[in-house]
Design a protein around this ligand. Structure first.
Ligand code: UDP
Ligand code: MG
Length: 324
């Protein structure tokens, strides 16, 4: 007999959030108790250098619903979420930032959207944000671009408060800094029922933000690579091969034209130009070489995915209440 599955797992990435954790845990418990939701709260300590881990251990002592995983160093929010996703047992999985900016009061509403309304992923939308302008304005731009690229109608892709059907988190892989693009990863893995819920947002009460301005540069590059990788990951040859073939064919056609032109001129005793005198010759040459190179890149990429590189290679140094 397997144990009765939990209703809910809450995954909380934690990086130096010692002050917030007790209040957050207490608030979560208050909400889930009120609604009789069987719950585990999985804190993933992403290599905090403050007392976060001992706070988590104390929470665990007083309430076995608190569970913890601790990284040996800081690997980033994506790694923390991915590890939490692998370890969690709930039917519905909710992610929530540790800094008390997301409100646990949203939990019942989110669960309802997953269980009753049939959504596979529900993303929070901080319609009224309590963050500095330097963060909210670029974020609007980002969300616009991401909406265009992905075709997903969300206002706030990077909201830390999200709810998932269990199948989603067990089947996607969040790596690098891809936590910003989880809805895209989910959609490209075939989870199309993506919804949005307006959520309350609060000011950071303790500590400071863990992401600086580099978030925008990284975010932009990640958007390009997530669009590319998720689409062509299984068959990179479709991308490189198409470009390579087009370039190669273009080169061949131009070469054919040059040869034809020369033969024609010779046979009609017209003045002839050396091929190396013509810009077109060099263009054709470059196109053929480029085409071959792209093809080669495609082959190499195909071989690399056969080897299936591990993208997540963090080490867990301790855990609390996690099986296996
Ligand atoms: N976080 C993490 N690892 C990191 C950076 C952040 O686990 O390397 C956690 C952090 O503790 C918080 C959440 O990710 O729970 C969101 O971070 P933060 O509040 O600094 O982001 P912001 O609200 O400024 O976007
Ligand atoms: Mg925050």
């Amino acid at each position: 007999m397997t144990q009765k599955a939990l209703d809910l797992s809450i995954v909380v990435p934690v990086y130096n959030e010692e002050e917030s954790l007790p209040e957050l845990f207490e608030w979560i418990c208050r909400v889930v108790d009120e609604h009789s939701i069987t719950t585990e709260v999985l804190f993933v300590d992403d290599g905090s250098s403050d007392a976060s881990w001992s706070v988590i251990m104390n929470l665990r002592k007083s309430d076995s619903r608190a569970k913890g995983i601790r990284f040996n160093r800081n690997y980033g929010k994506s790694a923390a979420l991915q590890t939490g996703f692998q370890a969690c047992n709930g039917e519905v999985v909710i992610t929530m930032d540790a800094d008390l900016q997301d409100s646990p009061d949203e939990i019942p509403g989110l669960i309802k959207m997953i269980k009753e309304d049939g959504y596979q992923l529900v993303s929070g939308w901080k319609r009224e944000r309590h963050d500095p302008l330097g963060k909210t304005i670029p974020s609007k731009f980002f969300n616009g671009v991401t909406r265009m690229v992905s075709g997903i109608k969300l206002h706030d892709f990077n909201c830390g408060l999200k709810a998932y059907h269990r199948d989603v988190v067990k089947n996607i892989e969040v790596y690098g800094e891809m936590h910003r693009y989880i809805p895209l990863i989910a959609k490209w893995s075939g989870f199309y029922k993506i919804g949005e819920k307006v959520v309350q947002h609060r000011e950071r009460k303790f500590g400071t933000t863990k992401f600086g301005l580099e978030r925008f540069v990284h975010g932009f590059l990640d958007l390009i690579s997530v669009s590319f990788v998720t689409r062509f990951r299984k068959n990179p040859m479709h991308f490189f091969g198409t470009l390579g073939t087009l370039s190669f064919l273009f080169g061949i056609v131009v070469t054919g034209f040059l040869i034809g032109d020369k033969l024609y001129s010779l046979s009609h005793h017209l003045p002839v130009r050396d091929v190396v005198d013509q810009p077109l010759f060099f263009i054709a040459l470059v196109a053929i070489i480029l085409g071959t190179q792209l093809f080669l890149a495609g082959f190499l990429a195909e071989m690399i995915i056969q080897v299936n590189p591990k993208k997540n290679d963090y080490l867990i140094s301790e855990n609390l209440g996690i099986d296996a």
